[in-house]
Design a protein around this ligand. Structure first.
Ligand SMILES: [Zn+2]
Ligand SMILES: [Zn+2]
Length: 342
């Protein structure tokens, strides 16, 4: 079969003809119908993260049709449409058995530690397959498995309750999902903070209140709009020191700031004024859980989470085209969200 693979760091991905993947008795073989091209893939190609092995097939946002099932598989059948949870955990360790499989001692990510979805076929444990309803196109199903799922997990960590207010810092794929999901979880007001006009306009189309941080101080603006109280929950999706500090600073008493954007720099907080005096919480959020995905898919099926505008380009399993998109992501020259349809 054909697969687009990372042979060497800092080199273009290459098309390789490789054997069909082998699959065990608890695994399934999936005919890939869509694989999202994600910013992480650009990081992998650039050598910023150790890979499980090389050459390796990239692609962790995958949807397709079950081609064959192992002898012990009961949850899916051949011919069914599925999307794939990208973290493959052992199912038995302390973390797996307590429902926190993102910390599994041997967790492996599709397209990072094991071969992913930039290929015609992929093999994966059957428990990683989530049924994909007919109403959701494969392209949208694939992209649900990354940014939207991570946004849902983050909002869960923030424990949003009906009637609360939410501030979303960063209106990319994560932020746009977070805006809609916060609404679905009962938020009455969602503030969207960004510095790009087109993103703020998109946020307001999804009923968020846009705050242009290139012109005004977002913390002051959030305080003004909430009658001085601040928001109940903030989610930081950018990973900048400044926006992390703002996400904490804009909290109301008992507020929860959820950190999603990656940042290696220390941040500065006034522990009395910003945390203990307010009984505020700063919460880390890392990836998502397989148990969260069926609800996400259901919200997408019902249109509560709009997936119709996520994918802006569909490309074939073509190394040149895929490398071009990764270049765009690497250089931030193009916001196009591309999905490979082999
Ligand atoms: Zn991704
Ligand atoms: Zn485990």
């Amino acid at each position: 079969m054909k697969a687009i693979r990372l042979i060497q760091f800092r080199k273009p991905l290459e098309l390789q003809e490789i054997p069909m993947p082998e699959f065990g008795e608890k695994d399934i073989l999936v005919h890939v119908r869509a694989a999202g091209i994600c910013h992480s893939d650009a990081h992998y190609r650039a050598g910023r993260s150790a890979m499980g092995f090389m050459p390796i097939t990239l692609g962790h946002e995958v949807a397709g049709v079950v081609e064959k099932i192992g002898s012990q598989v009961t949850n899916v059948k051949a011919g069914e449409r599925v999307c794939l949870h990208y973290n493959i955990s052992c199912g038995d360790c302390y973390y797996c058995s307590t429902g926190n499989e993102q910390f599994c001692n041997t967790v492996k990510m599709l397209g990072h530690h094991v071969d992913g979805g930039y290929a015609e076929y992929i093999a994966i444990p059957a428990r990683n397959a989530i049924p994909l309803p007919d109403e959701i196109p494969f392209e949208a199903g694939a992209t649900l498995m990354c940014a939207s799922a991570t946004a849902l997990h983050a909002l869960g960590k923030g424990r949003i309750k009906a009637g609360e207010t939410v501030a979303v810092f960063g209106v990319g794929g994560l932020g746009l999902s977070a805006i809609q999901l916060a609404r679905a979880m009962g938020a009455v007001e969602v503030y969207a903070v960004d510095i790009k006009q087109d993103k703020l306009e998109l946020a307001s189309e999804y009923d968020a209140i846009p705050i242009d941080a290139s012109r005004i101080n977002p913390v002051e603006e959030i305080r003004r709009l909430t009658k001085g109280r601040g928001v109940n929950v903030s989610v930081e999706m950018i990973g900048l020191r400044k926006t992390m500090e703002q996400a904490i600073d804009c909290l109301a008493n008992l507020g929860r700031a959820v950190m999603v954007g990656l940042n290696q720099q220390p941040i500065s907080i006034n522990t009395y004024a910003q945390v203990l005096g307010k009984e505020a919480e700063i919460i880390g959020s890392n990836d998502h859980l397989v148990s969260e995905l069926p609800l996400l898919v259901e919200w997408a099926r019902k249109g509560i989470l709009d997936t119709s505008r996520v994918v802006s380009q569909v490309i074939p399993l073509d190394a040149t085209r895929i490398n071009q998109r990764l270049d765009d992501l690497e250089n931030f020259t193009n916001d196009v969200r591309a999905v490979i349809v082999p």
